[in-house]
Design a binder for this molecule. Structure first.
Ligand code: 5GP
Length: 122
């Protein structure tokens, strides 16, 4: 699969520091920041700093160091946001059927209230 990355996407601009964000945590390879339109009391987006379009792109082509850094940061966000005991949800939308809005890989971490069932009908 050949992935085409758009350097002008909004998260690329956030990573380059061209537009502001509400940073929650940052590491060498990854950034976590609050979603601008939160859908739960906690709604954090975790992104790799590298040029990856979606989950399968990142999982297939990122270096071991990038993958490990990203995964460890997700655990840190869950712990620091106080979500581990009460539970939470991670979501990664990909492509057209997944209704992905921003074409830079990101993991939503949602929590702080009961989240209902995973998918709505339709
Ligand atoms: P997607 O549908 O691609 O999985 O989700 C994209 C998410 O990015 C949405 O939840 C949306 O609210 C969030 N988002 C879009 N633009 C911005 C922005 O400029 N800053 C932040 N912090 N979040 C954004």
């Amino acid at each position: 699969m050949a992935y085409s990355y758009d350097d002008q996407n909004i998260f690329a601009k956030i990573i380059r520091g061209e537009i502001p964000n509400d940073t929650v945590a940052e590491t060498e390879h990854s950034l976590a920041f609050n979603d601008i339109r939160p859908q739960a009391p906690v709604h954090v987006l975790v992104v790799p700093k590298g040029r990856y379009v979606c989950h399968d792109h990142f999982a297939a082509e990122a270096s071991d160091a990038e993958v490990l850094d990203f995964m460890r940061l997700t655990a840190r966000v869950v712990a620091e946001q106080g979500l581990a005991d009460g539970g939470y949800r991670t979501i990664s939308n990909a492509g057209q059927a997944g209704v992905q809005e921003v074409p830079h890989y990101h993991l939503h971490i949602l929590g702080g209230r009961p989240l209902g069932r995973m998918l709505q009908p339709g």
